[in-house]
Design a protein around this ligand. Sequence first.
Ligand code: MG
Length: 350
Amino acid sequence: MNERITLDQGAGGERMDTFIKERILTYFHIDPSVEVPLGMLDDASVIDDIVFSTDSHTVHPLIFPGGDIGSLAVAGTINDVSVLGATPLALSAGFIIEEGLSLNIFESIVKNMGVCAKKSGVPIITGDTKVVEKGAIQEFMINTSGIGRRSITLDENIEMVKRYRSFDQRWLLDSNLKAGDKLILSGTIGEHGVALLSFREGYGFETEVRSDVAPLNDLIHQALQVGGIVAAKDPTRGGLANTVNEFSEKSKTGILLFEDEIPILPGVHAACDLLGLDPLHIGNEGKVVLGVVNEKAEEILASIRKHPLGNNAAIIGEVTDGIQGVVLQTSIGGRRILQKPMGDPVPRIC
Ligand code: MG
């Protein structure tokens, strides 16, 4: 049978996970010298103490409330390097442009990439540009790759973890959580996906809900300075539900989330109610979930809240061996299992 690739195989959920494992990883040679290999499917990989990550961006439309494909490409790769605990050093930018794209739009996007890279202190130092005939792709796609390195701050953070529990890892990995750890979310969720969907479809919520796209390297560095962080992940495609399930699967431990502690803006709630979406499934581009040792949780939270991107941070859950998978608990005592979305409910958001 001549099988074809379907959209949900690239949509960030359970089907994409299977697609990557069965149809891609099968064919790539496993090199034992790679410290954090591709097969771990973390946000970035590590070889020779260099953290390396890549991401292609196909967001539609190119410009949306709160950002554009350029700021998204720069911030997204900075964030994937930063959540390993690394200091991002430099980026590449690869452009594939459809013939006929407005030069004004192109230049404004590239200009924003420059602004975002400069503000976050991570320069774009290599790149590639291709123009393809009309119809070969839609408008404009950007690939960014990023490298990062370890810092004294990361080493000191790990020393702090070791004061409270055993820890034998050198990076912040999805598989590092243990019973007793707490989860901190850096701010409100759902804005990016809601802003894009609403703007694209003309629902009108975009007047109050804007994308949260932002580089998180400075916020994560600030949290690392407090010390006690074991894992970090940006809840992009598949949203918070996907991120926390990845933590649970890879760390082989249960996670209890406190539903009432998860910060969500009223506009996002309203849009999700109307459109029948779960805000926990919606992608974010400027948020991070940190796994931290219990004893440092309040101090890390206080530090994040002082950062301009972390005012609404909250402790949203805890790691426990008492349950399997991810369980959502409400203040009135109700409990339900929170699964990974099968695919992203809002397509083309990154
Ligand atoms: Mg990521």
